[in-house]
Design a protein around this ligand. Structure first.
Ligand SMILES: [Zn+2]
Length: 297
């Protein structure tokens, strides 16, 4: 992974936005390694989505959510096991019921420790936030899908199958038309491909495209991405279109027997030309590498 050079990746409880009735987002303020965090209320319970990177950010999230809940029971879920999304779960122990899908729990158990090491190596600002991290242990691991009744509001927790990770989970609030996608979607940014062969090759560009099509067909009104501004349905189409471009441009060159480094160089230049305003240019090449290794489903 590229070294982290941004501001301290800490959650701040500022700019909190009500995107639907009794449903707020703590925005990531365009800081890499800070996720968008959701707090979804029902009459009896409140669900928190994502913890932030490390215990000190997570404690802020917990305090905010507990104040918001005013005595309602707390639940926590995370969209996938990556550190800024899930490596603060310990702060919620005994305070919130932590539930995740089976594949995400497997990712955390299998890859959590190596991601902790990798992230600690990204630089001092990241290592500081990860001091004292203990990998969270979910209280409830569900198989299949989960409908969580918060009282007068049922939230759908759905594993998508392999995409950005093997264990991605999408959280939707049908009565409000709101969807939390985690890192399957970012706003104004090239899709993050955690393609680190030989250590981690769990991301699949081909399957990710299929996942995006299914999410598009659900027609959410509000999409809360893993990082970047909250938007509408169009955010989903933008990601699908980019992934398809990346696939087609990579495969076209592979069919011409072009070597992978040359493909990466050409496709990178092309994507930057097509999306000059997007952040995260360093994620184009891993995306090419991933798709280069894949074939039509
Ligand atoms: Zn991620």
């Amino acid at each position: 992974m590229p070294e982290y050079n941004g501001p301290d990746p800490v959650v701040e409880i500022t700019g909190v936005t009500e995107v639907a009735r009794d449903l707020v987002v703590v925005p990531n303020r365009h800081i890499d390694l800070v996720p968008n965090i959701g707090v979804i209320g029902g009459t009896r319970s409140v669900l928190i989505v994502e913890t932030g990177l490390g215990p000190s950010s997570a404690e802020k999230v917990l305090k905010f959510a507990a104040d918001y809940a005013k005595g309602r029971r707390l639940y926590l879920t995370t969209t996938h096991f990556h550190p800024e999304h899930a490596f603060g779960a310990q702060a919620f122990a005994g305070e919130a019921t932590y539930l995740v899908n089976r594949a995400q729990a497997d990712d955390l158990a299998g890859r959590g420790a190596s991601y902790l090491d990798m992230f600690r190596g990204l630089g001092e600002p990241v290592a500081r936030q990860l001091e004292g991290v203990k990998l969270g242990i979910p209280d409830v691991v569900y198989d299949g899908s989960c409908d969580l009744d918060l009282g007068g509001r049922v939230v759908h927790l759905r594993p998508t199958g392999q995409g950005h990770t093997k264990g991605d989970q999408v959280v939707t609030v049908p009565d409000a038309g709101v969807m939390f996608t985690g890192d399957l979607v970012e706003t104004g940014q090239f899709s993050i491909f955690p393609w680190f062969p030989p250590y981690d090759t769990d991301v699949s560009g081909v399957r990710w495209i299929t996942v995006m099509q299914r999410l598009i067909d659900e027609h959410p009104r509000v999409v809360v991405p893993g990082h970047g501004d909250v938007g509408g349905h169009q955010l989903l189409a933008d990601v699908r279109d980019y992934l398809e471009e990346l696939r087609d441009e990579t495969w076209r060159r592979r069919d011409l027997a072009m070597e992978e480094p040359k493909i990466a160089e050409e496709v990178r230049a092309l994507m930057i030309k097509r999306h000059p305003d997007w952040a995260g240019q360093e994620w184009i090449e891993p995306g090419v590498g991933c798709l280069y290794s894949e074939h039509a489903a």
